[in-house]
Design a protein around this ligand. Structure first.
Ligand code: PRP
Length: 211
């Protein structure tokens, strides 16, 4: 039995597949054309399991997957305890987690109302700043919250900054730099060291210069 590799469906998956293929790991079926969630691989004993990004650390922490690939934002937000090591920065999916607010807004309110889906990251950040905030958890489209006066500011992913701009918001502070990371279950790192290390080495060899 090879390794079980948990992958974040969506954009990260699309960028992972060519890298995995270069490492000799290719799903037997087109992952995009199937509703399946588990894929055997050609010429390999590894299996790929595809899930929501936020579930990747859970599967790896509990050992249901040996290895996982997901965004650093997901790892920072995860609060399931330390069951995995972060072993490789894959360099793609680069963006930042930032605070943002309507252009020119004065943010003196206490508590400051912060809309985000990154509740833990935001709480930790504002605590480190000594700022009293009220976190409002949203599932998406955080940019809407200040426009509708649901929140004073947001904490969200910023890539090009176009979404902020299109909604009259401006970026404020960078809270974290994000990219796709490979994580390894603690026990697998010991019991399957050779296979895991080979995978890491092969992926590393094929990484584009700095994503
Ligand atoms: C993310 C994020 C912003 C946008 C930022 O959303 O939440 O809305 O991308 O990108 P930009 O700075 O290049 O405009 P995404 O499209 O990933 O969808 P999501 O709402 O599911 O997170």
């Amino acid at each position: 039995m090879g390794l079980t590799i948990a992958l974040n469906r969506g954009r990260i998956l699309e960028q992972c597949l060519p890298l995995l293929e270069a490492a000799g790991i290719r799903p037997v079926e087109d992952t995009g054309a199937s509703r399946k969630l588990v894929f055997k691989t050609i010429e390999g004993e590894h299996q790929l399991v595809i899930m929501r990004g936020s579930d990747v650390p859970t599967y790896v922490a509990y050992g249901a997957a040996d290895v996982g690939i997901t965004g650093k934002d997901t790892l920072l937000e995860y609060r399931g305890g330390a069951g995995f090591y972060e072993r490789l920065d894959l360099g793609f999916g680069r963006c930042r987690i930032m605070s943002a607010a309507p252009v020119g807004a004065e943010l003196h309110q206490t508590p400051l109302r912060v809309a985000t889906k990154f509740v833990n990251i935001a709480e930790e950040y504002y605590a480190s700043q000594g700022r009293h905030v009220s976190i409002i958890k949203l599932a998406g489209a955080m940019e809407l919250a200040p426009l509708m006066n649901l929140a004073d500011c947001i904490v969200d992913i910023v890539d090009t900054g176009n979404t902020l701009k299109a909604n009259g918001l401006e970026p404020l502070e960078t809270i974290a730099h994000i990219s796709a990371r490979l994580i390894v279950n603690h026990a697998s790192m010991k019991t399957r060291f050779d296979e895991v290390q080979l995978l890491i080495d092969q992926l590393r060899q094929n990484l584009p210069e700095n994503g």
